[in-house]
Design a protein around this ligand. Structure first.
Ligand code: PLP
Length: 358
């Protein structure tokens, strides 16, 4: 198999794919694929509730929160968050740390009043602003952050602890490290990086937030619709939720989030070490204290050398290393399912490649 460093959709654990393959034609002796089960059947109900229960267990989600399985990607949450939680006289506060935060803010502006509470835009998003530099507006409805910036390769390592409901887009680092869910009022994440294939979006919402949702929202865009129906108001993305349940079982087998976090740190360290030991040949985009353990971004001395690097990497079976156009260079996305061996092989290749130019 390829060494898959794609930013999303991204690698899935091989054992999960194998199990899905084994069960594909006949799911638990039903004589049907899981894709063919009615979403009102007891067999599907078990899959659905198992996914929910496993996520609750792995992330230590208290009973005071609900877990929703929605569609529309994390991008729809950019709109749903303000539609549900930004009342007329209040202000949605946003910390800008990259392209996804900007998109979240853009959608909120269409719904209500907003305020940029901190930003690292002036430095092309090379760092995460200090929690001490966050300036909330008056009447703040919530503070929205992007916990990991997929494109720029930066990540929050200390979350703001302010007297305001904290909302996080965790699309690219959910389940990659231990977090205290109670620090957040709402967490959302598209599944296609650490949770499974694309098609399902997870929302973890503190129950009291459901009480402040305005009336008259379109039914499908109202969190209450999905909360009261156990995310079965309409046909859910059943296959994606099934795959999510398999990925969560895999995380549990690995020793849970704590063990995954330890391995993620080792994976990221081996690549960052190759960068730091390169005498500036590989130049990291992110400042040291803001480095992401999920997306490692770096540039090479010239566009020509970058092209050569990517071409040789491809020959060696490394896929998905081209950086996003707004950063240039390279990006290695090393989500939970990317094995340590892939990161070690990449680091080794980086060292060998550099020798050509010594
Ligand atoms: N937020 C972050 C941090 C992302 O990385 C992405 C996608 O890469 C998105 C939001 C958008 O997610 P979706 O494609 O599920 O709408």
């Amino acid at each position: 198999r390829a060494y898959n460093f794609n930013a999303g959709p991204s690698a899935l654990p091989f054992s999960v794919l194998e199990r899905a393959q084994q069960e594909l034609l006949d799911f638990q002796h039903t004589g049907m694929s899981v894709m063919e089960l009615s979403h009102r059947s007891k067999e599907y109900d078990a899959v659905h509730n198992n996914a929910k229960q496993l996520l609750k267990e792995l992330m230590n989600i208290p009973d005071t929160y609900d877990i929703l399985f929605l569609q529309g990607g994390a991008s729809l949450q950019f709109s749903m968050v303000p539609m549900n939680l930004l009342a007329n006289d209040q202000i949605g506060n946003y910390v800008l740390t990259g392209a996804w935060s900007e998109k979240a803010l853009k959608e909120a502006k269409k719904v209500g009043k907003t305020h940029v509470a901190a930003s690292s835009k002036e430095a092309n998003y090379t760092y995460i602003p200090s929690v001490h530099d966050i300036q909330l507006s008056e009447h703040a409805a919530y503070l929205h952050i992007t916990s990991n910036n997929t494109i720029f390769g930066t990540q929050w390592h200390e979350f703001p602890n302010l007297p305001v409901d904290l909302i996080a887009d965790m699309s690219s680092d959910i389940l990659s490290r231990e977090i205290n869910v109670e620090q957040f009022a709402l967490i959302y994440a598209g599944a296609q990086k650490n949770l499974g294939p694309s098609g399902v979006t997870v929302v973890i919402i503190r129950n009291d937030l459901l009480e402040r949702i305005p009336e008259n929202l379109p039914t499908m865009l109202d969190y209450r619709t999905h909360s009261t129906s156990n995310s079965l108001y309409n046909t859910p993305p059943t296959f994606a939720i099934y795959m999510l349940s398999l990925v969560l079982e895999w995380v549990k087998e690995q020793g849970g989030v704590k063990a995954i976090e330890k391995r993620n740190i080792e994976k990221a360290s081996v690549i960052y070490d190759a960068i730091d030991e390169s005498d500036g040949f590989y130049s990291p985009h992110a400042e040291k204290g803001s480095r992401s353990f999920m997306n490692v971004t770096f540039t090479l001395p010239s566009d020509e050398i970058t092209k050569k690097f990517l071409a040789e990497a491809k020959e060696r079976g490394f896929v998905g290393l081209a950086g996003h156009r707004s950063v240039g260079g390279c990006r290695a996305s090393i989500y939970n399912a990317v094995p340590y061996e892939a990161c070690e092989a990449l680091a080794q290749f980086m060292k060998e490649f550099r020798k050509q130019f010594a």
